[in-house]
Design a protein around this ligand. Structure first.
Ligand SMILES: [Zn+2]
Length: 312
């Protein structure tokens, strides 16, 4: 081995947990540190964000219950760092997964590799099938609609109200503080891109079940914290898109001609939705996805689930 080869080997950085990437080698962008802001919400509840993604953690008597791992190995480490700055003597002993997607729960191995991990069974099944490097399977699963937890002095309830987005997506209800946390459902403004892995038939009726609970602060998985009014406004947007997409198809708009979809969106939707956050980025994509839903019949069992609409 030449000196140059030896030097190259020494300089090789340690391999990150690489998710489901298959190209091999390190992926530096996955390891980039992200500054995390942390904000008190109520009582022992804190919220963390790197600007786009958001989560919560709870202070216990001895340690911390953290929800999700944020987006990448580097962000997961930064999230753990932020928790450590707030409570340097309280280690993260418990993680709760919101749903199966790697950008929210992909890197427990980087954040708290020895933590107890709670997830809904539907979420854990996907995680085990996926086998993604860094996404640790749950150590405790449940399959009920609601389950209460008392861990290290924290009290919270995990609720699976029905299919919404991803698999096993949970609402986290903190009844003593009247706070609700749920990821990749209600967010400020229009919907995210083309509604990836949203289950459009059950989505709104399932989400409305959560209005029967007593809360006045809603923490979403992205952007800023809102309230019941913001929650209802977001669901109203989905209801309107459902009607408008059907009308667009009936009017002869071709969803495969994206330039035409953008033109139609600006001509017909801008007056009603133009002031919503990220209208210009995503509204046409939202419309296109809803049109495809009516043309294809939606996707899979979850996308055609007839939801339980009884109050929780
Ligand atoms: Zn998701």
């Amino acid at each position: 081995m030449s000196n140059n080869e030896e030097a190259e080997q020494v300089q090789e950085p340690p391999c990150e947990h690489c998710g489901i990437f298959t190209l091999g080698g390190n992926i530096p962008i996955q390891g980039v540190w992200r500054d995390i802001t942390y904000t008190p919400v109520r009582d022992n509840i804190w919220s963390v964000s790197e600007g786009i993604y958001r989560s919560i953690f709870l202070r216990g008597q001895q340690g911390v219950v953290a929800f999700d791992t944020l987006t990448t190995p580097g962000t997961a480490r930064a999230y753990a760092g932020a928790v450590g700055r707030v409570y340097p003597d309280n280690p993260i002993h418990t993680l709760v997964y919101s749903h199966d997607h790697l950008d929210h729960t992909g890197y427990a191995a980087d954040m708290a590799p020895d933590a107890h991990i709670i997830a809904h069974d539907l979420c854990d099944r996907v995680i085990r099938a996926r086998g993604s490097d860094g996404q640790l399977p749950a150590t405790e699963v449940f399959s009920d609609e609601r389950k209460s937890f008392e861990i290290d002095g924290t009290c919270f309830e995990l609720i699976y109200p029905g299919p919404t987005h991803g698999d096993g997506n949970l609402a986290v209800y903190l009844p003593q503080s009247k706070v609700l946390f749920m990821v990749d459902t209600v967010i400020p403004g229009v919907g995210y891109t083309f509604f990836p892995d949203w289950h459009l038939v059950p989505y709104v009726p399932v989400m409305k079940r959560l209005l029967s609970l007593d809360w006045d602060v809603f923490v979403p998985g992205h952007f800023w914290i809102t309230d019941r009014k913001g929650f209802i406004k977001s669901l109203d947007y989905f209801d309107r898109m459902s009607d408008i997409a059907q009308q667009a198809v009936i009017s002869g708009l071709d969803p495969h001609d994206f330039a035409e979809v953008v033109t139609y969106t600006d001509a017909n939707l801008k007056q009603e939705f133009g002031d919503l956050f990220r209208y210009g980025e995503y509204c046409a994509m939202n419309l296109s996805r809803y049109m495809q839903h009516y043309l294809t019949g939606g996707w899979g069992i979850e996308g055609n689930w007839q939801p339980d609409t009884t109050p929780l």
